[in-house]
Design a protein around this ligand. Structure first.
Ligand code: NAI
Length: 404
């Protein structure tokens, strides 16, 4: 905790539902910690703790640079794949039943463990511990729902120091369950944030704005005719292609799912496809990683033929500052991922404060100014753009005042 400068780690264990979660609050200098609730199959408690800390710290920097009056935090739930059964109020089952339930869990993928798998066996012997609703109605209560309610009670006890929302492996229905217990949750059913397309669209819009800003920084006046290689045609990558195509960019696209590539080739005239494993080496002006993290390694950094790397994927650099400096030495401008992909969290924060879609879009466009400051600081101090972003974020945190 000391090494990562963590404020608080909260362990949430609820024996009646089986919830095991960690709430990591990294820094609240700018306001309550804001970060998603991730549901993942970790191999150990230590792994879950490490992930929670890393993600919470990342949110501190992202929120600071986005000018938001929020600190950084993350909630992490693990082993949720077990939550595929129902708790039958008042029913106790044998150890043998328990073993059968566990055996039926299958892969611990978050989606698999999600709301689509409610029809498996009963959870053993927990009826006496059910919350009022389950106990009184006598109805089967969904284990997953109970776990999110238990998490909601943990959040309530934190009294607003941490506000959570959607992340990998969680759904708006999960957030609805948290909301039963506490107001410190967003992305519930009906909210803008729960509309996947809206959040991803805002993330893509921020990346688009960042690409335009980066081109300007290198003296290009417009996107017309500029080649952009987009790796990953999921929610964000596809939306980014839409913005780029509308602005006249020449698209090079790749995805490991061939249907997504086909759809893009049909939709965006002039687009060509590339090998997903080699698209980083495409002959293009901009490389936009929008799939997985870690795509720029010391080896792939040498293969880049673009002059700008600007994409949505989190943790793009496998090798951190070392790789950032190597790109700088090769004359490649790197738009730090956490600055560029803040559109989603800006959208969440703005919605919490009552803003609608138009104002949110306006705020996301502010990524241009933030990125401009990063590039100016890097040039002024002769450091990489990643070092510059970290330095600016830390300066904001030291003032304790959000910049917008
Ligand atoms: P997604 O899951 O909808 O799309 C990812 C796409 O990448 C999929 O189409 C997948 O088939 C493809 N893909 C996976 N491995 C690949 C590979 N090796 N080469 C090429 N394509 C590959 O995810 P989404 O929401 O579009 O997010 C994309 C990235 O942006 C992720 O890294 C995510 O963490 C990051 N991000 C997303 C935000 C959001 O609002 N959705 C916000 C901030 C960051």
């Amino acid at each position: 905790m000391e090494r990562e400068d963590m404020e608080e780690l909260v362990f949430c264990y609820d024996p009646s539902s089986g919830l095991r979660a960690i709430i990591a609050i990294h820094n609240t200098a700018l306001g309550p910690a804001l970060g998603g609730c991730r549901c993942w199959s970790y191999t150990s408690e230590e792994e879950a703790i490490r992930d929670a800390i890393k993600l919470a710290k990342g949110m501190t920097y992202k929120n600071a640079m986005a000018g938001l009056p929020y600190g950084g935090g993350k909630a992490v739930i693990w082993d949720i794949a077990e939550a595929s059964g129902k708790i039958q109020a008042g029913s106790g089952t044998s150890d043998q039943d328990d073993e059968q339930d566990q055996a039926g869990v299958g892969m611990n993928l978050p989606d698999e463990g999600g709301l689509g798998r409610h029809d498996q066996g009963a959870h053993p012997g927990v009826g006496a511990n059910l919350p009022d609703e389950g106990r009184h109605s006598g109805n089967a209560m969904d284990v997953r729902a109970l776990r999110f309610r238990a998490l909601g009670r943990c959040l309530e006890r934190l009294n607003g120091r941490f506000v959570t929302g959607l992340d990998l492996g969680t759904t708006a229905s999960d957030m609805d369950q948290i909301r039963v217990e506490t107001a410190y949750v967003t992305d519930t059913t009906g909210s803008l944030g729960a509309k996947d397309d809206f959040t991803a669209d805002m993330t893509a819009y921020g990346v688009y704005i960042g690409i335009v800003t980066s081109l300007c920084h290198q003296g290009a006046a417009a996107l017309q005719g500029i080649s952009v290689a987009v790796q990953g045609l999921g929610k964000v990558g596809y939306a980014l292609c839409r913005y780029l195509h509308a602005a006249g960019a020449r698209l090079i696209v790749a995805d490991v799912v061939p249907e997504r590539v086909q759809r893009a080739l049909v939709q965006f005239s002039g687009a060509i496809s590339a090998d997903p494993a080699r698209i980083h080496a495409a002959d293009c002006k901009v490389f936009a990683p929008c799939a997985l993290g870690g795509v720029i390694t010391p080896a792939t950094a040498e293969e880049l033929r673009c002059s700008i790397v600007a994409g949505a994927a989190n943790n793009q650099l496998h090798g951190g500052q070392l790789v950032a400096r190597r790109m700088q030495a090769r004359g490649i401008l790197y738009a730090p991922d956490y600055v560029l992909n803040a559109g989603g969290i800006i959208s969440t924060a703005c919605e919490l404060q009552g803003a609608g879609p138009d104002l949110i879009r306006q705020k996301v466009a502010g990524i241009a100014g933030t990125l401009g400051k990063v590039y100016a600081e890097a040039a002024r101090s002769g450091i990489s753009t990643l070092e510059a972003a970290d330095r600016l974020a830390e300066a904001i945190l030291s003032t304790g005042q959000a910049t917008q």
